[in-house]
Design a protein around this ligand. Structure first.
Ligand code: GUN
Length: 296
């Protein structure tokens, strides 16, 4: 029987409806509207598209957004000055610096300047380090989205073999730490891994974030595995595909995410979540308010 397809769009939509209700409650009870500031340096077309989606999603749930556009040749000092301004602004609860930054700017210096309690991307060293102990304030959005999808589908993680393909700072490494925190047995593979299939075939849960179309074919997947495809690749004919041979692997897996419509919609949704949580924390709501639907 082919795998059941995880509908990331539907899960994201259900979560966003809950966030909208929480934003309204925050406004009503505390007079606070969550605010996200997005800093975009230069005019990289992919970054423009990502930022547009983030701003639009904020509007959908009632989060106030501010787009700070800066020229490609901005000095690092001026960029840090903008971060300082937003750090000091009480109406800004989340700050996101869209990556990549131009080469004359030291990315880590900029990310480390963001106030830890406004670091809704989860890229500050404090939040990255917190993943080791399970005490990060803001988990990074893409792996957090994967975790939420697994929770939504009630996939048990504890004691499972999880193989993560891809060891990036944004997805692979934090994903592995988050799953270890939930008592999975985790293996991280990357572009120099010899005989990738020898590892992937052991996976009860396979998370692929390598940026290589069709990297994962059916022979590499254990029957009944849960397959999460984080890849987003544009083919020469314009089609968007993931890293997994979807049609082939679907015949072997038990659950699978499509591309598009799987993990993608969850990434921006987790940015909304982190921004909302930041505003809730500011007014003293330290625990996550209970969700309207236990399934979401
Ligand atoms: N560029 C590509 N992905 C991301 C992301 O998740 N956050 C930021 N800030 N920049 C990115």
């Amino acid at each position: 029987m082919p795998a059941r397809i995880i509908d990331g769009r539907a899960v994201a939509q259900a979560l966003r409806a809950q966030y909208r209700a929480r934003v309204e409650a925050l406004e009503k009870k505390h007079g606070v509207t969550p605010g996200l500031a997005v800093i975009l340096v230069g005019d990289n077309p992919a970054s423009e598209l990502y930022v547009r989606n983030k701003i639009r999603a904020c509007g959908e749930v009632g989060i106030r957004s501010e787009l700070v556009r800066l020229p490609n040749d901005i000095s690092e000092a001026r960029l840090l000055g903008e971060v300082d301004r937003l750090n000091a602004d009480p109406s800004t609860h989340g700050i996101l610096v869209q990556l990549p930054l131009p080469p004359h700017i030291t990315m880590r210096r900029v990310l480390e300047r963001i106030a830890v309690d406004k670091d809704v991307d989860g890229f500050h060293l404090y939040n990255v380090g917190g993943l080791i102990t399970g005490s990060t304030i803001f988990p990074p959005c893409t792996p957090y989205g994967v975790q939420k999808l697994l929770e939504h589908e009630r996939v048990e993680v504890a004691g499972k073999n999880v193989v993560v393909v891809g060891a990036s700072n944004i997805v692979g490494k934090p994903m592995a730490l988050m799953l270890m925190q939930r008592d999975a047995t985790v293996c991280i593979c990357h572009k120099l891994t010899r005989d990738l299939a020898q590892f992937t075939i052991l996976a009860d849960i396979l998370v692929v974030a390598a940026g290589v179309p069709n990297l994962i074919v059916p022979q590499m997947v254990r029957t009944g595995a849960v397959v999460i495809d984080v890849g987003i690749n544009r083919l020469p004919d314009g089609r968007i595909v993931g890293d997994v041979d979807f049609e082939g692997v679907r015949q072997k897996a038990s659950l699978i995410t499509p591309v598009p419509g799987g993990v993608g919609p969850m990434t921006v949704t987790m940015l909304l979540h982190n921004t909302l949580r930041s505003a809730e924390r500011r007014v003293g709501i330290l625990e996550e308010p209970s969700l309207a639907s236990p399934a979401a």
